[in-house]
Design a protein. Structure first.
Length: 276
């Protein structure tokens, strides 16, 4: 294996000749927590990885390996213990206006309608509400919910609530969308439909997406690359380039090539007794 190929396999970093300046660069990132007994627990790292602009990077790994921790570090929600994160060459030290975050729970305000929930970032930032409502309605159209703009969260299904949350995360026009198991609480059929939907939204919106999941098939179906993390402390076991084309339908899941990718990733989990 050439040094360039080894670097890409171990760290996910493209050769410098191919990409001189990555969109997001993670270099030697580590996170250690202090336990109640005064000891230290290293949850993540060290990790070095380059994330390409407008790619769909999915992250899988055993429970407790630091997937969500990595996402929170990228979002600037928690401080790193060592290493660095840079976005467009600028160091990330706290929450970024250019990043939208979607969690497993939609966290919608029950007293606000769908459109009012989408407009929440505009209200917090004291933006022009008339213009913001036009954008919010456009976003609801994008996620297929314009006809439900006046509905309250308890009048929407779980999948519809999560689509409102995605629209809200896009309200301030971030370049990057971080998603932490956003479909984990949905039933299997709704989850499959949401996978197709989020691929469509990604293609239309032209965002960079980093998506955490426990499901290997979901990671393969969604991702242009899959980042596989090891047991805690989470480190990069492999970065898998997924060449399945842009137009992905659910029929793809039954194909031989899809199975090849899932088996390649699953072998890392089988070695440590983990399952998806």
């Amino acid at each position: 294996m050439t040094p360039e190929a080894r670097d890409q396999t171990v760290t996910g970093r493209m050769p410098e000749a191919a990409q001189a300046r990555p969109f997001i660069r993670i270099d030697g990132l580590e996170k250690t927590y202090r336990s109640q007994d005064g000891g230290n627990i290293r949850a993540l790292g060290p990790i070095s990885l380059d994330i390409r602009e407008q790619e769909f990077l999915t992250i899988v790994g055993p429970s407790g390996c630091g997937k969500s921790t990595l996402l929170k570090l990228l979002a600037g929600l928690i401080p790193r213990s060592s290493g660095s994160i840079a976005m467009r060459g600028q160091a990330v030290f706290g929450p970024q206006q250019d990043i939208g975050v979607v969690f497993q729970s939609p966290v919608l305000l029950p007293w606000r309608t769908a459109v009012e929930n989408v407009m929440l970032p505009a209200a917090v930032n004291k933006l022009d509400m008339a213009r913001s409502k036009v954008r919010a309605l456009d976003l609801l159209s994008m996620v297929g919910l314009r006809d439900f703009q006046a509905k309250y969260p308890n009048e929407l299904s779980g999948g519809m609530q999560q689509r409102v949350a995605i629209a809200r995360a896009l309200m301030h026009e971030p370049s990057t969308l971080l998603m932490d198991e956003p479909f984990g609480a949905l039933d299997a059929m709704t989850r499959e439909n949401m996978n197709v939907e989020i691929r469509r939204l990604w293609a239309e919106a032209g965002k960079t997406v980093v998506f955490v999941t426990h499901s290997i098939p979901e990671a393969v179906f969604l991702g242009t690359r899959v980042l596989v993390l090891s047991n805690r402390p989470g480190q990069i076991a492999e970065v898998v380039d997924v060449d399945l084309g842009d137009d992905r339908t659910l029929d793809l899941v039954a194909s031989d090539v899809f199975g090849t990718y899932t088996r390649r990733i699953r072998r890392h989990f089988n070695a440590c007794g983990a399952i998806e």
